[in-house]
Design a protein around this ligand. Structure first.
Ligand code: GRF
Length: 203
């Protein structure tokens, strides 16, 4: 299975995927790491691992749709079968992503459907939640709203602040994402529509 990873930031989730791969635990091939930020740490990790990289600057495009269509054209050209959003901090146009529904997953640091969008740790604390967590889900046109595949839960502890909670959650992110990708690579996971039709992005 050929994987492209999209990341805007430091890339610790990408690092977790690469580590799992190096250990022989993730039967995939990384064809590309793409970013909207030239200074993303994820790009440096990819370079060090000998993976092709791509940077597209949104400022060079007239609108979101133009950016997204160009991004997906590159991903297709690179032969990606499945896309992993690992800290990709952009909303993707619903029309542009349609061909990838069922073949694109995202990691989101909340117990979805709680706290879509930003500042998830802060919002969990403000709500007084006793637990917090991370979700991996299929990407659909609804932001952070696609079907959840797997979650990891942690207890909120006295003294947690936004940063501590985020930091304590991170190791769970780093286990969850490779685990889900492994299931996909093994052909053990498939997105099915309510009428039972497999959604593999080809429809
Ligand atoms: C992670 O918390 C992930 O859940 C969220 O963005 C962050 C990315 O971190 N979507 P990193 O770039 O993988 O270190």
């Amino acid at each position: 299975l050929r994987i492209a990873v999209l990341a805007s930031g430091r890339g610790s989730n990408l690092a977790a995927l690469l580590t799992a791969h190096q250990r022989g635990e993730l039967p995939v091939e990384f064809v590309l790491v793409a970013s909207d930020k030239a200074n993303a740490g994820a790009l440096r990790l990819a370079e060090a691992a000998g993976i092709a990289t791509l940077v597209l600057d949104p400022r060079n495009y007239p609108d979101r749709l133009a950016f997204d269509l160009d991004l997906f054209a590159h991903l297709t050209d690179n032969g990606a079968d499945v896309l992993v959003l690992a800290g990709f901090m952009r909303i993707i146009d619903g029309q542009a992503l349609k061909p990838w529904v069922g073949r694109m997953i995202n990691i989101h640091p909340s117990l979805l459907p709680k706290y879509r969008g930003l500042h998830t740790h802060r919002r969990a604390l403000e709500a007084g939640d006793g637990e917090h967590g991370v979700s991996v889900h299929y990407v659909t046109a609804e932001l952070d709203g696609g079907p959840v595949i797997a979650q990891a839960h942690i207890a909120v502890q006295a003294g947690d602040d936004e940063h501590l909670l985020a930091q304590r959650l991170l190791p769970y992110e780093h286990r969850l994402l490779p685990a889900v990708l492994k299931l996909i690579a093994q052909g053990r996971l498939q997105l099915v529509s309510p009428d039972g039709v497999a959604l593999d992005g080809q429809a």
